[in-house]
Design a protein around this ligand. Sequence first.
Ligand SMILES: [Mg+2]
Length: 229
Amino acid sequence: MALQTERIRAICFDLDGTLADTDDLWVARFSRTFHPLRFLFPRSNPAPTARRMVMGIHHPANFILEVLDTLGWDDEITALGRALRRKGEAPGAKLSLIENIPVMLEAHFHHYPMAVVSAREEESTLQFLEKHDLNRYFQAVITAQSCEYTKPRPDPLYLAARRMNVPAENCLMVGDTLADIRCGQAAGAQTVGVLCGFGNESDLRRRGADLILASTAQLASTLLASAAS
Ligand SMILES: [Mg+2]
């Protein structure tokens, strides 16, 4: 399905794997964990295996989160995570940006209202945005706590659209996983799948993403070039 750029009046961005380099952070953590056993891995390098594990785990992890969200237990899980966190720890601030994200956001800023639509809990979402000075780009920041149900349900996109004062069908949902594509489609929005996070091209394509990009940073050349022509 081809992207209809003339329909787009606002952009919604997922956070993990779309703006934030979350998968690389997890690969580094797994690699560090396996380091004492590195002689067991090909070329004594656990990183490729760690990456396969991270990519393999995200589907079942998303499924479990979706079930908890449907059961209404997501708030309890968030509260438990917060209670177990060491005092003063700011997990959102540990996330690095995917390359060229600020340049891409700056390029869109004067053309489209933008929102974050994330299933991440609110505290660490805000930590990430604050650390990288991204708050000024977004008219709305929607997290797991903003609506009763989070992605892949359409509720968070509907809320972002309302806050940006744009119909949901005129939004573009940009994300790295099937949950983002399903959320966007359920809300009647168009969708872009990006390959800089946890998802893979064949899954995103099969689910019917309107466009696939290697990285979120490429969005500016796609949208602004077509607006100029
Ligand atoms: Mg994501």
